[in-house]
Design a protein around this ligand. Structure first.
Ligand SMILES: Nc1ncnc2c1ncn2[C@@H]1O[C@H](COP(=O)(O)OP(=O)(O)OP(=O)(O)O)[C@@H](O)[C@H]1O
Ligand SMILES: [Mg+2]
Length: 319
């Protein structure tokens, strides 16, 4: 796979502390890369710098091998979808879609064909005459994505596109986006602060913290081998424990409960979460440990049972 986007030493500061510093990032052709991190870590700043909505302090942004950091947004081959959809409420779906194309002086017939094609891709064909106010949040989001796609961007930038949707529709939109990405052969940079969404959707995740990249890798790599405590804490569930003076971390699914009279832990709570069960156990100092187990195994345990914990996979992080 060839390189679609290369960012070298990108710095954009708003003050001494705010912004992003010395960002280096490569996105491959047809890849979906997610920028993941807590609020204020600089995700939108990077996306806006790529789209041309921020003048950067220093660094280079190469798209398809060409430097774009000095081009105005409309001259960049990028499409951006903002969190707040930004559809024009007084225009129909068709007019919303056509707006950018008119600027590019497409013929009427060609325009109609391209709009139809995109509406089909996002499964919104037939909605041409509707106004945004007559659509659900998920439908508006699809139109916003279709509107960006109809301009045939070389790179699609999505800033928390699903954050306003409820959990179920969010899940469906994820699957839709993956399908659209596959069918259209798109390269996408996706921003979220939701680690579960990032795990589900990404080819690569870049975990950000306070304006820099903390770890970049495949979802499984980041989950299985977090480089720092911050990443370990941010992605998935993690217990941070101490035993005999040493600290370590262990995922809830890497702990096995063993029934043991006078065992060091007591079960505080068993909670069925559908296909698996979560147990909270507590030691005599009040330290709580979260444990995941299969449904069948969970039948052997009940609240107030005394147990021992076997830690099947411990991880250690530098202080
Ligand atoms: N236009 C601006 N002027 C001044 N400071 C800004 C501006 N835009 C962002 N910042 C600051 O830069 C930092 C990074 O902001 P950014 O919007 O990139 O964060 P984010 O990761 O997208 O957060 P969120 O998840 O809340 O959207 C924050 O501390 C923010 O306050
Ligand atoms: Mg943001």
């Amino acid at each position: 796979m060839s390189e679609k986007l290369v960012i070298k030493g990108l710095t954009k500061k708003f003050s001494k502390t705010d912004g992003v510093e010395n960002i280096n990032l490569t996105v491959k052709e047809r890849e979906l890369l997610t920028l993941l991190g807590p609020s204020g870590c600089g995700k939108t700043t990077i996306l806006r710098a790529i789209g041309g909505f921020h003048k950067i302090d220093s660094g280079k942004i190469l798209l398809d091998g060409k430097e774009i950091q000095n081009l105005p947004p409309e001259k960049r081959p990028t499409g951006m979808v903002f969190q707040s959809y930004n559809l024009w409420p007084h225009m129909t779906v068709y007019e919303n879609m056509a707006f950018g194309l008119q600027i590019r002086k497409h013929s009427k017939a060609q325009m109609k064909e391209e709009i139809n094609e995109m509406l089909k891709l996002v499964r919104m064909d037939g909605s041409e005459k509707k106004y945004p106010g007559q659509l659900s949040g998920g439908q508006q989001q699809r139109i916003a994505i279709a509107r960006a796609l109809v301009l045939k961007p070389s790179l699609l930038l999505l800033d928390e596109p699903f954050s306003a949707l409820d959990a179920k529709i969010r899940g469906q939109m994820r699957e839709e986006l993956k399908r659209i990405q596959r069918e259209a052969g798109l390269t996408v940079i996706f921003v979220t602060h939701d680690q579960e969404e990032a795990m589900a959707i990404s080819d690569t995740i870049a975990v950000m913290r306070r304006g820099y990249m903390e770890q970049i890798g495949k979802p499984e790599e980041i989950y299985d081998n977090p480089k720092t405590r911050f990443v370990a804490e941010f992605i998935g569930e993690m217990n941070f424990l101490e035993e005999g003076g040493t600290s370590f971390a262990v995922r809830p699914e890497d702990i096995t409960l063993i029934k043991q009279e006078n065992g060091p832990y007591r079960i505080l709570q068993m909670m069925s979460l559908g296909h698996y069960t979560q147990a909270i156990v507590v030691d005599n100092k009040g330290n709580e440990v979260k444990v995941f187990m299969e449904k069948d195994e969970a039948r052997l345990f009940a609240a107030d049972d005394c147990v021992a914990c076997r830690f099947d996979r411990k991880q250690v992080f530098a202080a």
